[in-house]
Design a protein. Structure first.
Length: 276
């Protein structure tokens, strides 16, 4: 199985990103590449929006969770998804599947088939509005405290996931702080939270930890606090009133040891609050 600043600001951002790419061995994030691409083209067009929300119909026998506001359910499969080329760092995008059944939260889920391959151990991806209802969904962000999604991490390797939210105008991003995250298993048990700086952002920005560490074999929901953020490579965060303008979700996924990782499923990215 298994994206208008005045020229000075533009120059500053480009300089910062060049420094990052030259001074860090870790691959750049999808968010960084979105900003680089957008600055080069100076285009950040509005994306299509559509409406979709509702209660997840769980197929796994897991406890039910509140509906929240659905952002991306992966029913459109590849539409709106982009995986960045990390071959310069000796990483390749694993096979991308869309699974149904016991491994997903509902309907179809995004499955990354690591297949015990070290070259599949780092994945940088962006999820644009075309994939679901990100723009319309985030208009309701003031009503929710967390971004939630389903994770099924199969194999014997932990995985670290950083979530970066991007807005088009002004072009800006912010990384959701993993220190305020919560992890709830499919059986409804809240698990201890461990965090890391898997992408080494802290070495450049002094941000602290940026990724939530998800244990091997975990199946359930992860909750990242929306208002609690740390700077990503670009050194910015999003204010509360900016969250309603989010158009893109970037995921930075890094396995501790991909040679021990089978596959990972991500499904039903939503705005929600943890169950009580």
């Amino acid at each position: 199985m298994k994206k208008h600043f005045i020229p000075l600001v533009i120059l500053s951002l480009i300089t910062a990103m060049l420094f990052t790419s030259c001074s860090n061995e870790n691959p750049p994030s999808a968010s960084s590449q979105i900003l680089q691409s957008a600055l080069a083209s100076e285009t950040a067009g509005a994306l299509n929006t559509s409406s979709s929300s509702g209660s997840p119909q769980n197929q796994t026998g897991a406890v039910q969770v509140s509906p929240g506001v659905m952002l991306v359910d992966f029913e459109k499969e590849n539409e709106g998804l982009e995986f960045f080329d990390l071959s310069l760092y000796n990483f390749t995008t694993p096979p991308v599947l869309f699974e149904e059944g016991e491994s997903v939260q509902s309907g179809k889920g995004l499955c990354l088939d690591i297949n015990y391959t070290p070259a599949h151990g780092v994945i940088s991806m962006q999820i644009q509005n075309q994939a679901g209802d990100i723009t319309q969904g985030f208009s309701q962000a003031p009503n929710y405290g967390y971004l939630r999604f389903w994770v099924n991490n199969q194999g014997d390797s932990d995985v670290s996931i950083a979530v970066v939210l991007v807005i088009d105008e002004p072009l800006k991003n912010g990384c959701l702080d993993p220190e305020g995250a919560r992890i709830i298993s499919s059986s409804g048990e809240e698990e201890q939270v461990f965090t890391s700086d898997a992408a080494d952002v802290n070495n450049t920005n002094g941000t602290g930890n940026t990724s939530l560490d998800i244990p091997s074999g975990f199946t359930g929901w992860v909750y990242y606090p929306l208002e609690q953020q740390v700077p990503w490579w670009e050194g910015t965060t999003l204010a509360q009133d900016e969250l309603k303008n989010v158009t893109t979700i970037s995921l930075d996924i890094r396995f501790t040891d991909a040679s021990l990782a089978d596959y990972i499923v991500i499904d039903d990215i939503s705005l929600a609050d943890p169950e009580t």
